[in-house]
Design a binder for this molecule. Structure first.
Ligand SMILES: [Zn+2]
Ligand SMILES: [Zn+2]
Length: 130
C-alpha cells in the first residue's frame, strides 16, 4: 500500500513539533541550571535556615570571632537568625560596620563559614571596631 503524501506531511509536522518541544525543554533546563548556579552560595538555605553550601564564603576563626564586640543590649531587638528577640539586658554580638545584633550562639556558626552580615550582607571587616 503506497504512503499518501498527506501522511508524510503529518509525520514531518508531528516530528517537528516534538523536536521543538524537546529542545525548548532542554533550553529551559539549561537556563534554569544557570540561574540556580548564579545564586551566591551564601543564599542557599534549607527550611531551617541552615546553610547548605558555604564553600565560597570563607568565614572567620574562633579567635577572630571573639574580637567582634559583644554588648548588653539596652533595647529589645530581633535576632534575624533565630527570629527571636534579644531581650533588654541580654548579650548580643554586634557586627562591625552595619551594627546589626545577633545572639552569640546564633551568629557563631554563621561567622565560622561566612564573612558577611547575615541580615544586610555587608562584608564584615574586623579592623572596624564598633
Ligand atoms: Zn538568635
Ligand atoms: Zn548587617
Amino acid at each position: 500500500m503506497p504512503v499518501k503524501p498527506s501522511q508524510i506531511i503529518i509525520t514531518v509536522v508531528v516530528s517537528f513539533i516534538y523536536w521543538c518541544l524537546t529542545s525548548c525543554l532542554s533550553i529551559a533546563h539549561v537556563l534554569f541550571n544557570q540561574i540556580a548556579n548564579s545564586i551566591p552560595p551564601y543564599q542557599r538555605f534549607n527550611e531551617d535556615g541552615v546553610i547548605l553550601d558555604v564553600a565560597e564564603m570563607p568565614g572567620f576563626t574562633l579567635e577572630q570571632i571573639s574580637q567582634i564586640k559583644q554588648e548588653i543590649v539596652n533595647e529589645t531587638v530581633l535576632c534575624s537568625i533565630c527570629l527571636e528577640n534579644i531581650e533588654e539586658g541580654m548579650n548580643a554580638k554586634i557586627i562591625p560596620g552595619c551594627l546589626h545584633k545577633f545572639h552569640d550562639p546564633c551568629i557563631l556558626p554563621w561567622l565560622l563559614n561566612n564573612s558577611i552580615c547575615p541580615y544586610c550582607r555587608n562584608v564584615i571587616r574586623l579592623e572596624i571596631n564598633v
